[in-house]
Design a protein around this ligand. Structure first.
Ligand code: CP
Length: 320
């Protein structure tokens, strides 16, 4: 596998293998010195045309824990401001000798476009409202960590589905792993067409809560909205916000998740974000190990998927 562009590149079996590989990198991350020489001599560049805290820093941390060299590209201080095109930018970066480009861009499809211009691996770190495959992987890992498996679990994805790349990648991943997914949102925050999406739809969060094993809350993606889609944030919070009162109506041990950044007081209250079953910090923590697994899968030694787990440096070879 050379690129990770869509969660569909992996499918159910590929996601399962990736999560098993992630177990090994969780173990590495818990060592006194959380570093292995798996990608020594490789260079990973972060090419972010959109803001990021979690994805950018966790890819950088993941690459460093695998002993890869890293380069960071900031649009704000680059020659993009002098009019340099995306194509010239990626060809310039590749000429410096990189093995992987981790790209985030506001336009859907850019990571696919880049694969036509460069020979190195390309990882989609979020393209417009389209996909965010590594977010889906870390979300699957977190649910598996807390619930054992996704199979048969009822997962409610709540909020601005229309503009959310997380919702799309998560929905595809959760269904591939055997979960039942309900999208919960007002009609205006759902995609115009849901043909082929293997999910249920509800406009009534309170009706969904009693059967949800996981409630996955989404931020209002105001940077992608070109019109008023809800009467007011206050009204949205009244109908769809996760308050302590709503959290109390979830089944025992149900998880509350959020990809971040949170808008506390809008889609999630500060009190709910601090509950023990709100696993938002676990999602961030798992993001590093998941991205180590992704980088190892794409750049590590050319092993087949089935051999990768055994190829990871072990305690004998890698423990500090
Ligand atoms: N979840 C997520 O993609 O967060 P960032 O925008 O901070 O990377």
């Amino acid at each position: 596998m050379k690129h990770l562009l869509s969660i569909e590149d992996l499918g159910g079996d590929g996601i399962t293998a990736l999560l098993e590989l992630t177990d090994r990198f969780v173990e590495v991350s818990e060592r006194r010195i959380p570093k292995v020489p798996a990608l020594l001599g490789k260079t990973v560049v972060s090419l972010f045309y959109e803001d990021s805290t979690r994805t950018r820093l966790s890819f950088e941390t993941a690459a460093k824990r695998l002993s890869a060299d890293t380069m960071n590209f900031s649009v704000g201080t680059s020659s993009v401001n002098k009019g340099e095109s995306l194509r010239d930018t990626v060809e310039t970066i590749e000429a410096m000798g990189v093995d992987a480009i981790v790209v985030r861009h506001g336009s859907a499809g850019v990571p696919w476009q880049i694969t036509g211009w460069v020979d190195c691996s390309v990882i989609n770190a979020g393209d417009g409202g389209h996909e965010h495959p590594t977010q889906a992987l870390l979300d699957c890992y977190t649910i598996r960590q807390h619930c054992g498996s996704l199979r048969g679990r009822h997962i409610a994805i709540v909020g601005d589905i229309k503009h959310s790349r997380v919702a799309r990648s998560d929905m595809l991943a959760f269904v591939a792993m055997g979960a039942e997914v309900t999208l919960v949102a007002p009609q205006t925050l759902l995609p115009a067409r849901l043909d082929g999406w293997p999910v249920k739809v509800s406009h009534d969060l309170d009706a969904v809560l009693p059967t949800a094993d996981v409630v996955y809350l989404l931020r209002m993606q105001r940077e992608r909205m070109h019109e008023m889609l809800i009467p007011s944030l206050r009204e949205y919070t009244t109908c769809y916000g996760m308050t302590a009162e709503r959290a109390a109506r979830l089944p025992k041990n149900a998880l509350i998740m959020h990809p971040g950044p949170m808008n506390r007081g809008v889609e999630i209250s500060a009190e709910v974000a601090g509950l023990v079953n709100a696993v938002i910090i676990d999602q961030v923590k798992n993001g590093v190990a998941v991205r180590m697994a992704v980088l190892f899968l794409l750049l590590g030694s050319g092993y087949g998927l089935a051999n990768i787990v055994d190829a990871v440096p072990t305690a004998e070879g890698g423990r500090q």
